[in-house]
Design a protein around this ligand. Sequence first.
Ligand code: NAP
Length: 288
Amino acid sequence: MTARILDGKALAAQIEAEAASQAAALTQRYGMSPALAAILVGDDPASALYVRRKAEAFGRAGLRSETFHLSADTPEPEVLALIADLNARADIHGILPQQPMPPQITPRTVFEHVDPAKDVDGLGPINMAALLVGRPRLVPNTPAGIMRLLQHTGVDPTGKEAVVIGRSVIVGRPVAVLLLQANATVTWCHTKTRDLASHTGRADILVVAAGKARLVTGSMIKPGAVVIDVGINRIEGKLVGDVDFPSASAVAGWITPVPGGVGPMTIAMLLKNTVQAAEAQFHAARHV
Ligand code: NAP
């Protein structure tokens, strides 16, 4: 193995500690304590696990979080009514509608109803637009975590070839925009891309967010590249990424493990966004 491991768990712990001390400072200075409301609709076990992990991370950092668990048959207007209540609560600073949602609910509609100041997922239209025009406010958590991991390698994206596999709104699109803002030359790949390996093979920075186990193998990677594996796939009860770790780590310069790479960073960036949102709401309220 030649690659250095990009340890998301360790970096996330550092970011959680930063968020915890920022939150403690807000409490001390202004008597406020940043808080998240997570909305879980239905009984998807993976979603329940993610919400629990987020709540645990908030607890570890001394931040408040509340979980609103609604039944799987909850009509969309009821979810929107809950969001309206949470938008109006001064003691809630971040709202997190956990995806996926049952079919009667359109996730985009839900995100559109979250107050942009409380959109700590960064997935609502206002925060997405801010990102696109180069004035990011609350940045989506997973892409923000990927950029922090990249920063940790010390590799400057300026002028580098960055290839992103995946164009979802939660990962692929925003991370490509962030890489572009960091002055990389960005290529976006998806299921209609012809000859994926011809693109991945020239990537200095390769971000893989396809949700396909072992889609990228060592022979598709440029020697020395930074490889960030976002994928989470369950194969025979084991979690694996979108990158074939044994072959890829023999070629790459840096590589994220799965688990322990991007996953913990996503939660850490949610904490950071919640603290940032709480501080901004506090100052905005004082200037009304
Ligand atoms: P998604 O909405 O299903 O999008 C997958 C994207 O990958 C699509 O744009 C798709 O292309 C592309 N794709 C799929 N198969 C491909 C292939 N064979 N070749 C090239 N492109 C391909 O998934 P997502 O929500 O972005 O998530 C991606 C993965 O990241 C999943 O495994 C998910 O569990 C994981 N994830 C992890 C975290 C974390 O915190 N670690 C957070 C979010 C997501 P088309 O657009 O053409 O269909």
